[in-house]
Design a protein around this ligand. Structure first.
Ligand SMILES: Nc1ncnc2c1ncn2[C@@H]1O[C@H](COP(=O)(O)OP(=O)(O)OP(=O)(O)O)[C@@H](O)[C@H]1O
Ligand SMILES: CC(C)(CO)[C@@H](O)C(=O)[O-]
Ligand code: BAL
Length: 288
C-alpha cells in the first residue's frame, strides 16, 4: 500500500509511481499543480507557502524529504528534526491535497553523479560555508520536479540563495515551470521561523534575536548611512552577543550575491549566517 487517504482529504504518498498515477487526472483536466518542497518539521513559514500555493494553483503537493546529498555536516543530518505525525496534522489543517514522503531509496535507488553549472553565485555565502550544498539541493529539487511535474513551485525567501540556485537550475534544463519566492515568516519578536530553531536553548533563543535585529537596523538606516557603516554596526551588534559566532553578514546584489559597496540602481539584500550555540541559522532582508 503506497498511499493513504487521511481524514480531511490529505493523501500521503511514498512512491513516485503512486504520485504520478494520482496526479494524472488533474493533469488531464489541465488543473494547475503546485509543489512546495520541504524537509519537514513544519512551522508557520511552511504553512504560508502552502497557503500562497493554494491561491495560485488547483492542487497543492507538499514534499517532505530530508535530502542527504545537501548536508555537508553528518551531525546536522543526523539530528535534523523529523516530527512526521505533527507535520501531517499541520498539512491536514492547512488543507494541503497531497504529501509526498519518499524514502531515501525511492529518491536515490542507485548511486549517481550530479554536477551542473549553477553560476558563480553557487560558491559564495552558503555555498562557501556548505561546499557542494547547492549541487545537492538542485539534484533533489530536479528529482521532485520530475516526479510531480508542477506548473509552479514555491520556496521561502529565507533561503535567498537557494531560490537563485533553483532558478539557475530551471534555466539550465530549460524547464517550463514558475519559481515563486515567498516572504519570510517571523516569530513575534522578529526571529525568522526555521525548523532548526527547535535546537535552540532558552539562552540561544534570546541571543538569536540579534540576527533579525541587525538586519532590521540595516533596513532602517539604509537610506541615510553608508554601506560600510551599516556593515560595521551590524557586525558589532552580532559580535557583541554572547554565544553567537558570525559566519557572514553582507550587503549584496540580489542577482549575483556579490558584496556591494555602493548604493546604485541595483537591488540589494542584507544576508546573515551565524552559529547560535550549536545551531547554525540564516536570515536576510531586501533593502530597496
Ligand atoms: N520562516 C520562513 N518563512 C517562509 N518560508 C520559509 C521559512 N522557513 C523556511 N521556509 C521555506 O520552507 C521551505 C522548506 O524549508 P525547510 O524545510 O528547510 O525549513 P527551514 O525552516 O528552512 O529549515 P532549516 O532549519 O533547514 O533552515 C524552503 O523553501 C524554505 O525557504
Ligand atoms: C528545497 C529543499 C526541500 C530541498 O531539499 C530544502 O533545501 C529546503 O527545505 O529548503
Ligand atoms: N532550508 C535549507 C535546507 C538546509 O539547510 O539544508
Amino acid at each position: 500500500m503506497h498511499t493513504e487517504i487521511l481524514k480531511l482529504g490529505l493523501e500521503v504518498i511514498n512512491t513516485i509511481a503512486a504520485l504520478k498515477m494520482l496526479l494524472q487526472p488533474s493533469k488531464l483536466a489541465k488543473q494547475k499543480i503546485a509543489l512546495v518542497p520541504t524537509m519537514g518539521a513544519l512551522h508557520k513559514g511552511h504553512v504560508s507557502l502552502i497557503k500562497i500555493a493554494q491561491q495560485n494553483a488547483d492542487i497543492v503537493v507538499c514534499s517532505i524529504f530530508v535530502n542527504p546529498t545537501q548536508f555537508t555536516d553528518p551531525k546536522d543530518l543526523e539530528k535534523y528534526p523529523r516530527p512526521l505525525e505533527h507535520d501531517i496534522e499541520m498539512l491536514q489543517e492547512a488543507g494541503c491535497d497531497y504529501v509526498f514522503m519518499p524514502s531515501v531509496k525511492e529518491m536515490y535507488p542507485v548511486p549517481e553523479q550530479w554536477h551542473i553549472d549553477l553560476g558563480s553565485a553557487e560558491f559564495v555565502l552558503e555555498g562557501e560555508f556548505r561546499k557542494g550544498h547547492y549541487q545537492g539541493v538542485t539534484q533533489i529539487v530536479k528529482k521532485l520536479f520530475d516526479a510531480v511535474d508542477p506548473d509552479l513551485a514555491f520556496f521561502g525567501q529565507k533561503d535567498f540563495q537557494q531560490v537563485l540556485m533553483i532558478r539557475n537550475m530551471v534555466a539550465y534544463f530549460g524547464l517550463g515551470l514558475q519559481i515563486i519566492s515567498c516572504p519570510i515568516i517571523r516569530e513575534e519578536d522578529g526571529l525568522a521561523m526555521s525548523s532548526r530553531n527547535i535546537h535552540l536553548s532558552a539562552a540561544d533563543r534570546k541571543n538569536a534575536l540579534v540576527l533579525s535585529r541587525a538586519l532590521q537596523y540595516v533596513t532602517d538606516h539604509f537610506a541615510t548611512d553608508s554601506i560600510d557603516d551599516l556593515l560595521d554596526q551590524a557586525k558589532q551588534m552580532i559580535n557583541a552577543t554572547e554565544g553567537v559566532t558570525l559566519d557572514y553578514f553582507t550587503i549584496a546584489d540580489t542577482e549575483t550575491l556579490l558584496p556591494e559597496c555602493e548604493k546604485d540602481s541595483k537591488q540589494l539584500v542584507a544576508l546573515v549566517a551565524a552559529k547560535v550555540g550549536e545551531t547554525r541559522l540564516i536570515d536576510n532582508m531586501i533593502l530597496n
